[in-house]
Design a protein. Structure first.
Length: 251
């Protein structure tokens, strides 16, 4: 494994330990020598990994005191890696509401602005992106890629320098939503019957320049995604074994 991969692997593993509370907020990470042994990497790799996590607000490094895990409130939640770790190492139930709330704050506003500000070429690009979704609707994997591109084009069409900087975050949010569908429900039948028509409404509203309809359509997409994720989460819960009736001896 090359140096770059060693660094990425070390960062991901320490982040996993933090997110899963192996090292809870306020606790100290092991000293360098122990981390080197646990991760099977050099001191240089460990130091660079800690620097990376420090830059993301997950750890604090103090001279002679080592590295201390920071409270989640200090984490850079808009960092795509931090979001990915939080979603990967926490249960879906813990992050589902946060995910939906964040999408609800971002995407309807973006859709409304895009309807007002998109250029003719951007409206055509959004329409073509939807058409690509329709073509890919028989393949959930390809549809997911087309879905992400569709929403990214809408964000770009906002012409807001701050919102467009959130493009990596938006991609992570939508990709994570699609991953959380999982199961057998996310299939071609579901896409064509539920997801695609909602996205068509959003596309048509933006092309028509109807900001209110675009906002409402974006909210409908997120609401349906929320319902679908909740259903899949319930289906994935382990079923408890039925209680055995205790037969009392007959008198």
């Amino acid at each position: 494994m090359n140096q770059k991969n060693l660094h990425a692997s070390a960062v991901a593993k320490i982040a996993e330990w933090i997110v899963t509370d192996r090292y809870p907020p306020g606790s100290a990470l092991p000293v360098e020598a122990e981390l080197c042994d646990a991760l099977d990497v050099s001191r240089t790799v460990v130091r660079e990994a800690i620097k990376t996590l420090s830059a993301k607000g997950m750890v604090e490094v103090a001279p002679k005191l080592g590295s201390r895990v920071l409270d989640e409130g200090s984490w850079h939640m808009f960092d795509p890696q931090v979001l990915h770790w939080r979603l990967s190492f926490r249960s879906a139930e813990d992050v589902l509401e946060d995910l939906v709330e964040l999408r609800s704050l971002l995407e309807p506003a973006a859709a409304s602005l895009a309807a007002l500000r998109a250029t003719r070429s951007e409206r055509r690009a959004i329409r073509r992106a939807f058409e690509a979704m329709a073509i890919a609707s028989g393949d959930p994997g390809a549809y997911g890629v087309a879905d992400v591109r569709f929403h990214k084009l809408i964000l770009i069409a906002c012409h807001n320098s701050f919102l467009t900087r959130l493009e990596p975050l938006l991609e992570m949010l939508i990709s994570t939503t699609l991953e959380l569908y999982g199961g057998t429900a996310w299939n071609a039948l579901h896409i064509k019957g539920a997801s695609l028509p909602l996205h068509e409404e959003l596309m048509e509203a933006i092309v028509a320049g109807d900001s209110d309809a675009a906002e409402a359509a974006a909210k409908a997409i997120i609401s349906r995604a929320h319902e679908d994720m909740a259903v899949q989460h319930r289906l994935r819960r382990p079923k408890t074994a039925p209680l055995m009736r205790v037969m009392r001896p007959q008198k």
